[in-house]
Ligand binder design. Structure first.
Ligand code: UT7
Length: 438
């Protein structure tokens, strides 16, 4: 059993985990979890006003009743940051203790910078590396596997892995085959190294790029022929629903069995399966395939729809809130989606939930968030003003001097011009006075 408290002392700032421990394999444990969804709800009945659909069709074919839609001010970054802050609070970990941040997302704010870099800045995690993981709906399991591997080798000690999406911004709201499925939200976990066995036990990552066109979200690098076929549009999701359905039902059971086999387990050993929430019929099929009773399979698709990379961490956070997970349980995660890609993972649950958030660390964490808010504008200002190179300074000075010289020259010429005008005028006056006298 892992007490979160055992992990709250990370390595000192800038001190790599491998400097503290010899390079024997360690264990990566989930010690914090959190989720954030927008408050705006879009129900099936609301959708009836947008496309030709109805609540009965959506419920029967997908199991979705409603989904959350981000408001204008909400972004993938803001949802991800909030979910990460909640996970850090449960783990009782400071931003300054984080070594790595991975954001799995198909809806980043930019191709670069990564959403993870923005989250790193908002958290004030000043000694963390950060990158985005692009593996569509399998991204969270891929990211968790990458971070866990770095912890297991002793290269890092603490990581935050987030699945975050604002799919409502890339959904084709005229396509009833896809717009009824997707929603927005984020979920996060904090993982930390320990010598106590347990945590992330095994994983299977797979891809089949030959099925790339079954589920796509083209962007500005997409091949022209694809975007000019009259069917596809940039920054819009396209899905061959039946094709993806067939693929998903084929790979879920296989990959979970493969991940179990790595640690000598059988489907019967699973206490809770947390599958990607894409369609209730797919979830039911997975349960049947693995011969798991409904109480061993978690689903919250009814309330959030498909939030792509965010479904598994959101489901994990809710399952913990509902006391569906206890210490010592064996969990299985399985994700699948665009790529085509899929991934399964087996976890021995070791965390002890329910610690007070109002510890000394809570105050320090709030302090680090506040400092991050102050640091952001200061660093930008510093970069713009102070960190200009000496050559840039000299060039700017030379230009200012040249401008001043040109200005003086123009003014001198102007004065000279006006003086000659006055002299000319006076000469003219004198001449006409003389002529008058004569
Ligand atoms: O996270 C990414 C992974 N994505 C998935 O896992 C999605 C996998 N696929 C699916 O979940 C299902 O294929 C869908 C839910 C997308 C579609 O369900 P389906 O049972 O495969 O329906 P379908 O596409 O075969 O369409 C059946 C009928 C069609 O009408 P006809 O041709 O039989 O007259 C559709 O036009 O249902 C019609 N239809 C709808 N009717 C009412 C399609 N969408 C709708 C709709 N409302 N929203």
């Amino acid at each position: 059993m892992i007490d979160n408290r055992e992990h709250s002392r990370g390595p000192r700032r800038g001190q790599a985990a491998h400097q503290l421990k010899s390079r024997t394999l360690r264990y990566a444990h989930i010690i914090g979890w959190g989720m954030e969804v927008p408050s705006q709800v879009l129900s099936n009945t609301d959708l009836e006003a947008i496309v030709d659909t109805n609540d009965d069709w959506i419920m029967t074919r997908t199991g979705i009743k409603e989904r959350r839609i981000a408001e204008q001010r909400e972004t993938t970054t803001s949802l991800a940051t909030r979910a990460a802050q909640k996970a850090l609070a449960i783990a009782d970990v400071l931003p300054s203790e984080i070594d790595l941040i991975i954001v799995a997302t198909a809806t980043p704010e930019h191709m670069f910078p990564s959403t993870a870099s923005l989250v790193q800045d908002y958290l004030g995690a000043n000694t963390a590396g950060a990158f985005d993981m692009s593996a569509a709906c399998s991204g969270f399991v891929y990211g968790l596997d990458m971070a866990a591997s770095k912890i297991q080798t002793g290269a890092i000690n603490t990581a935050v892995i987030i699945g975050a999406e604002t799919l409502s911004r890339v959904v084709d709201w005229a396509d009833r085959g896809t717009c009824i499925l997707f929603g927005d939200g984020a979920g996060a976990v904090v993982i930390r190294g320990s010598d106590t066995p347990g945590g992330i036990l095994s994983s299977v990552l797979r891809s089949d790029g030959a099925g790339w066109d079954l589920l796509t979200l083209p962007t500005n690098g997409s091949r022209d022929t694809y975007l000019q076929d009259g069917k596809h549009e940039m920054h819009r999701i396209y899905m061959d629903g039946r094709g993806v359905y067939r693929f998903a039902t084929k790979v879920i059971g296989e990959s979970v069995r493969d991940a179990l086999a790595q640690v000598g387990m059988e489907p019967d050993d699973i206490d809770l399966l947390i599958p990607h929430q894409a369609n209730q019929r797919i979830i039911d099929y997975a349960a049947k395939n693995l011969k798991l009773p409904p109480e061993k399979v978690y689903s919250n698709i009814e309330r959030y729809g498909n939030t792509s990379a965010a479904t598994i961490p959101i489901a994990l956070a809710e399952a913990l809130d509902e006391n569906r997970i206890k210490t010592g349980d064996t969990l299985a995660f399985v994700g699948f989606g665009g790529g085509l890609s899929w991934a399964a993972m087996i976890i021995e649950w070791t965390a002890v939930p329910g610690k007070s958030q109002y510890s000394i660390t809570w105050g320090r964490r709030q302090g680090e968030y506040a400092l991050a808010g102050v640091r952001r504008p200061l660093r930008r200002w510093w970069r713009q003003l102070i960190l200009l190179s000496p050559t840039t300074w000299i060039a700017a000075l030379r230009k200012a001097l040249a401008d001043r010289r040109a200005d003086i020259q123009t003014r001198a010429e102007d004065i000279q011009h006006r003086a000659s005008q006055i002299i000319d005028r006076d000469e003219k006056r004198n001449r006409s006075a003389k002529e008058d006298e004569e």
